[in-house]
Write a protein that binds this ligand. Structure first.
Ligand code: BG6
Length: 475
């Protein structure tokens, strides 16, 4: 069923994110029949261009970012027929009258702030001043939502001046990923796992988000952020929350977000010795400083940390998080290692390993459970570990093309469902935990160097070794 008629204004419409993610996602949902032919998608940006020029740009973005078998000329022409453009300046009155005229009073209004956070305040004010910030409208903001707790609080306060929390949709695109939502389906849709999902049965949990790409082209932003602000404060924190939270009483926005918030609040401060920061060196391709186009920089492109949660469920079970650029492979997974059986009736058996449940987030999305079985043959009771391996693509068939995270989130936004968006207090709590971690290394040593294509700095291996554990291989 298509969502009801709406006018969606994308501010920053000529920018990279809008062209690469937002507009292609809208096209795909339009083609799938979920967006009605009467919708208006209005690009707004400082650029002085007309609608045909903007449509040409949008078509270029779609051609480049939507798989060829998911585009066709007919739907593209119909989609572009619903696309308009208003040159606009967030900090002056230029262009606003034209936008007000274009917006239809009787349909839903969504304002997508695909711009830097420094413009959020101006946009909110202008929408209000021009009378188009009606109580039913929604606004969408992208990460980074602030740079620290103080700036995030300020942004929340700025938005709260003109909008209620129910109108504000803060995107963390990891929540739109199918397999991230699958974390919840696996936990709460099966009886098998949840009873064991606690410190008593879980030895430790590893969350890895490894990337093979570097920071070229984004150095200006990245060098001010680093891996901690770019990935841990948001995406990895969300993964951690979904794994660690108590079962919400229903799958509803506030029920879910209340439980996530409790996890963030229960995080212990990270000890300086439990953090490893790294920066990639040059190999066949340039190293971090050249990629980021900065001189000397102490910004981390890799981080590994041991995180503890102070509550009944998790006391005594550490979570190890690592993420980095220019690593061996693009590979993200959550691995839950269970404790050994309390007593082995088979004596010492080299083939017996701990059970591990691996949820692969990308690529090759799927679930793998390592179990111990008897080695076949007459050689007596010899144990061996085998994987129960389920690839979603194989098990569910190709009819289930995994939609891009933005498609899911944009449809939820158009339907007004905030479940997969972050609430203001959640973002602030995440910064409240992140800020002291960052402050603690300010006067500390520079990040450890690591070779491109490796698994990160040696010190990250040591972080595990000293706890008699090992990172899983990145592959
Ligand atoms: C973004 C970060 O939020 O997420 C990038 O700013 C990172 O640095 C990206 O590369 C990773 O997203 P994905 O969907 O490719 O895993």
């Amino acid at each position: 069923q298509p969502v009801g008629p709406f006018d969606l204004v994308v501010f920053g419409a000529t920018g990279d994110l809008a062209q690469r993610k937002v507009l292609p996602a809208l096209y795909r949902r339009f083609r799938a029949g979920q967006i009605s032919e009467s919708a208006q998608i209005i690009g707004a940006a400082r650029a002085q261009m007309d609608a045909p020029a903007f449509r040409a740009q949008v078509a270029g973005g779609i051609a480049a970012h939507v798989p060829a078998d998911q585009q066709d000329a007919d739907s593209l022409a119909r989609f572009l027929g619903r696309v308009f453009f208003c040159p606009i300046d967030a900090s002056s009155d230029r262009g606003w009258k034209a936008l007000v005229t274009r917006i239809r009073p009787a349909v839903g209004h969504v304002y997508y702030f695909s711009v830097g956070p420094e413009l959020f305040g101006d946009l909110a004010r202008q929408l209000y001043a021009h009378g188009i910030a009606d109580p039913a409208c929604r606004i969408v903001v992208e990460k980074p939502f602030g740079h620290d707790l103080a700036s995030a609080r300020q942004l929340n306060a700025t938005l709260a001046r003109h909008f209620e929390e129910r109108q504000i949709f803060r995107i963390d695109h990891y929540l739109g990923k199918e397999t991230v939502q699958n974390l919840m389906a696996v936990r709460f849709g099966n009886m098998l796992f949840e009873p064991l999902w606690k410190a008593q049965y879980v030895d430790h949990i590893q969350i890895t988000v490894a990337e093979s790409g570097g920071v070229a082209g984004r150095g200006d932003y990245y060098d001010r952020a680093g891996a901690m602000r770019d990935m841990v404060q948001n995406h990895m924190m969300q993964l951690l929350c979904l794994i660690a939270m108590e079962p919400p009483h229903c799958f509803d926005a506030d029920a879910l977000r209340d439980e996530k918030l409790k996890v963030i609040r229960a995080l212990e401060p990270v000890q300086p010795g439990d953090i490893v920061r790294g920066q990639y060196t040059a190999g066949e391709r340039p190293g971090y400083a050249e990629d980021a186009a900065v001189g000397n920089s102490d910004t981390e492109s890799f981080i590994a940390l041991k995180v503890k949660i102070s509550n009944w469920r998790w006391k005594g079970t550490p979570f190890y998080l690592r993420t980095g650029k220019r690593l061996k492979a693009r590979s993200s997974e959550v691995a839950i290692t269970f404790r050994d059986p309390p007593h082995s009736i088979f004596g010492k058996q080299p083939g017996q390993r701990s059970n591990v449940l691996v949820i692969r987030l990308q690529p090759n999305e799927g679930i793998k459970l390592k179990v111990t079985v008897k080695e076949p043959g007459p050689g007596g009771m010899r144990l061996v570990e085998v994987p129960l391996d389920m690839s979603f693509a194989r098990a569910l068939g190709s009819a289930h093309v995994l939609p891009d995270a933005y498609e899911r989130l944009i449809m939820d936004l158009l339907r007004g469902d905030q479940t997969l968006f972050m609430r203001g207090d959640e973002v602030e709590a995440a910064w409240a935990w992140t800020d002291p971690v960052i402050a603690a290394w300010q006067d500390g040593p520079a990040p450890d160097l690591y070779a491109p294509g490796s698994a990160g700095p040696e010190a990250a291996m040591e972080l595990m070794r000293r706890d008699r554990r090992r990172w899983r291989e990145i592959k």
